[in-house]
Design a protein around this ligand. Structure first.
Ligand SMILES: [Zn+2]
Length: 339
């Protein structure tokens, strides 16, 4: 083993055997925004051998204040976050493997995304995906680490299905849309991202090296501005929990999935195609040329028209900037992309 990991190997809780386990592990990172970028960088530097990074979005200038893997040129080129993260991680640690997946996580792909992974880290910005992840991870007995941050506060808990309470044991109902503050309405500062992501990654390392007795087994809450920390000890899973008690997977088994979503931290809406599709980006760029300013890279086409920016990915998804109105975004989508 090379000297890259020598200081971590000196840490007895990891040691040489633990380092070997890290190198042989695969972790799924769901979301590569602020939390996800921090997870990716820490796990890559720690020598976790395989990272699967899934993100639906591209880099913007408003991300650079807190999303540590990205740089100005990524935002200027509108690179998908998963792709920009893979490139940057390759410069940090070329000895590990990174799979970059530009996709929305939904009930049609979540089970295949977690398949083959030893652990799942939550770096998403919305509750719907978290409840979906909880369903999939409980169903397949996969450990996952919930994390969220907004403004100056954040929270995290580690979920080992069958052993600890799951997300739904603690938060029975998903908060109503619009009821919780988001990065969009309340902003977010970097130190809370660092605090929550560091706690999540410490838990990840404990799990990957097999030191489960050191897990915090709590709902951890932090406010780095109000100087507040709370640790609420968690007991057993709730036997009446719909997900881990009754094993009813409402989000995973939903007949329809949400095709549209207002994106956190953005004046933007995502529209997804109702069925899987592959877009010919070059053909689309040519077709859209007469409607407005069109830019294209290997991963997406961007059309600027009527004060909106419509960014279309190869999987048929589009992100419409300049609105938080789903029906306005849908109508732009059908006008320029079809369906
Ligand atoms: Zn539960």
């Amino acid at each position: 083993m090379n000297e890259r990991y020598s200081r971590q190997i000196l840490f007895p809780e990891i040691g040489r055997a633990g380092q070997e386990k890290l190198l042989n592990s695969r972790v799924l990172l769901v979301g590569c925004g602020a939390l996800g970028a921090a997870h990716a960088e820490m796990l890559a530097r720690a020598g976790v051998g395989k990272l699967r990074i899934v993100d639906r979005d591209f880099v913007e200038f408003t991300n650079l204040q807190r999303q540590t893997l990205f740089k100005e040129s990524d935002a200027a080129e509108r690179l998908p976050k998963a792709v920009a993260a893979k490139t940057r991680i390759g410069e940090i640690n070329s000895e590990i493997e990174v799979e970059a997946i530009v996709a929305d996580v939904n009930n049609s792909n979540v089970e295949s995304l977690i398949d083959g992974c030893d652990l799942v880290l939550d770096g998403t910005d919305n509750f719907h995906v978290r409840y979906l992840l909880n369903d999939a991870c409980v169903k397949h007995a996969k450990t996952w680490i919930y994390g969220a941050a907004v403004s100056s506060y954040g929270t995290t808990m580690t979920i080992i299905p069958g052993e600890t309470p799951c997300l739904r044991c603690i938060f029975d109902e998903m908060p109503d849309a619009g009821s919780s503050p988001t990065c969009d309405t309340a902003g977010v500062i970097m130190p809370i991202i660092a605090t929550v992501s560091a706690t999540q990654v410490a838990e990840a390392l404990k799990i990957l090296v097999g030191d489960t007795k050191s897990l915090h087994r709590s709902l951890m809450q932090f406010d780095v501005w109000a100087n507040d920390r709370q640790r609420i000890k968690l007991g057993e899973p709730n036997p009446d929990c719909k997900t881990c008690g009754e094993r009813v997977f409402e989000f995973l088994d939903a007949e329809t999935q949400e095709f549209s979503a207002v994106l956190c931290g953005r004046d933007a809406v995502q529209i997804a195609p109702p069925k899987p599709t592959v877009i010919d980006l070059a053909g689309l760029a040519t077709r859209l040329g007469s409607f407005g300013d069109v830019k294209q890279n290997e991963y997406l086409v961007r059309l600027s028209v009527d004060g909106h920016e419509v960014t279309i990915f190869a999987d048929g998804r589009a992100i419409v900037n300049g609105t938080d109105d789903i029906s306005a975004a849908r109508s732009l989508y059908s006008r320029y992309v079809g369906n």
